[in-house]
Write a protein that binds this ligand. Structure first.
Ligand SMILES: [Fe+2]
Ligand SMILES: [Fe+2]
Length: 147
């Protein structure tokens, strides 16, 4: 529940972002299944919901954004281990390497690679909302929206 209070990408919360990544993964799994590519939805959803839990209280835990980017996957693995009854190596690979190529290694599993793509896609959606807000403020500032 604390993840709903932790802001993420300046436009959402860690929890909402994680739910977004999980839903995106499920849609991508459905699509890939049509091409005969089978991916464990259970592992992908588990990994998606836990991948950023290591970010909670990030201002107190990490020195700066760079350290947070590098270390939150490690802490997310620790959290996932403590709360998931069906934690396994696939989930660990997906969580530890979801920040690739910024941090971690290229994921060894399909589930891990799917999380990398879904996480970046969802992050871009979050930033798009910020860009809209900036554009609206800029238009206000230059007097295009209001004289
Ligand atoms: Fe992350
Ligand atoms: Fe994320």
């Amino acid at each position: 529940m604390r993840a709903y209070d932790e802001t993420h990408h300046k436009a959402t919360s860690v929890a909402k972002h994680s739910e977004d990544v999980a839903c995106t993964c499920i849609r991508m799994c459905r699509l890939l299944k049509r091409f005969g590519i089978d991916i464990s939805r259970k592992d992908v959803v588990n990994a998606a919901l836990c991948h950023d839990l290591g970010m909670l209280d990030r201002d107190d835990v990490y020195e700066n954004d760079r350290e947070c980017h590098r270390l939150h996957p490690v802490e997310s693995v620790n959290v996932a281990k403590s709360i998931l009854s069906d934690y396994n190596d696939v989930v660990e690979d997906a969580i530890s390497n979801h920040m690739w190529p910024i941090a971690g290694d290229f994921p060894k599993t399909r589930e891990g690679r799917l999380i990398v793509v879904a996480d970046k896609y969802c992050a871009m959606k979050d930033v798009r909302h910020i860009m809209r807000l900036y554009l609206a403020l800029l238009l206000l500032r230059v007097g295009i929206i209001l004289p």
